[in-house]
Write a new protein. Structure first.
Length: 289
């Protein structure tokens, strides 16, 4: 029986093949495929997680997809709507097993002034983000640190999918405030790859049109990104990072696609590959120590 780090994701935002080869430790990449659609034509990632068996979907995914091999670190990756699947996995009884959570341009929340509702949507990221930012208690008293986590959240300035939902930008800002608010902190410099990357630039989003589930259509012009869009704001403390990008495309479509193709790769390389190659699994959150 071999032992592997594991990255779980959906076809909606997969780990690119160019990135898979950069992981130096044995790593399995588990795609959960594409979920069916709910009412309105949108894929339902919450139900897709639940089909693995609640409240232990991660344990069940690992037992069914590891082919008898042993899991070490577990990472979750979501882009756009599949970020809802990441949230659902984190909110399960297996959430504490997760070492790494990456949410690319998709965190959302109902636009209501209810701590209960907002906690259900954003709480899993806040809870894991506090550990990622400030570390387990042992680290703060100078003892060796184990059980550290990595959380990276990014967003464009895309509009909410419906008027009843918050934008990803508003949700990212709220998570950062709840994780870091009340603590004195200074954000660390971002990895060079996130600021001046020339590997994936220039990148062009070709002109086209999108037809939405409600029948509406949005057309967008061709747009070339020679450099990453400007950052509206960012927070980077410990292994907790929130990157809130400004838009280049007035329709937001180019920026959303840029997030799912370019930013997703940058985040995986600059944060996940770097961390998983540098740290042994049991220095992070390891399923088996």
């Amino acid at each position: 029986m071999a032992a592997y780090d594991v990255m779980i994701y959906w076809d909606h935002g997969p780990v690119p093949d160019t990135v898979k080869g950069l992981f130096k430790r044995p790593t399995k990449f588990i795609s959960l495929g594409s979920p069916g659609s709910a009412s309105g034509g949108h894929p339902n990632f919450t139900l897709d997680v639940d089909k693995w068996g609640w409240p232990h979907p991660i344990r069940n995914i690992l037992s069914q997809r590891m082919a008898g091999d042993e899991p070490l670190r577990v990472g979750l990756l979501g882009f756009s709507a599949s970020v809802n699947g990441v949230r659902r996995l984190l909110s399960s009884a297996d959430g504490l097993l997760v070492d790494t959570a990456i949410a690319i341009d998709g965190i959302t929340c109902e636009k209501v002034d209810s701590p209960l509702v907002r906690g259900a949507y954003l709480g899993p990221y806040v809870a894991m983000g506090k550990i990622a930012a400030f570390g387990p208690a042992a680290e703060r008293v100078g003892a060796p640190c184990y059980g550290q986590k990595l959380v990276v959240i990014t967003n464009s300035q895309a509009a909410a999918t419906t008027p009843s939902m918050e934008t990803a930008d508003a949700c990212s800002a709220e998570i950062a405030q709840k994780v870091l608010g009340g603590y004195p902190y200074t954000s660390s410099p971002l990895p060079d790859r996130m600021l001046s990357d020339t590997v994936y630039h220039p990148w062009t989003n070709h002109a086209g049109a999108i037809t939405w589930p409600d029948g509406g259509t949005t057309s967008f012009a061709e747009r070339t990104y020679s450099m990453p869009p400007a950052l509206k704001a960012y927070d980077y403390v410990g292994d907790f990072c929130v990157l809130r990008y400004a838009n280049v495309d007035p329709t937001s479509i180019g920026d959303h696609r840029y997030q799912g193709i370019v930013v997703l790769r940058q985040v995986l390389e600059a944060f996940v590959v770097e961390r998983w190659n540098r740290l042994s699994p049991n220095q992070g959150t390891c399923v088996v120590v």
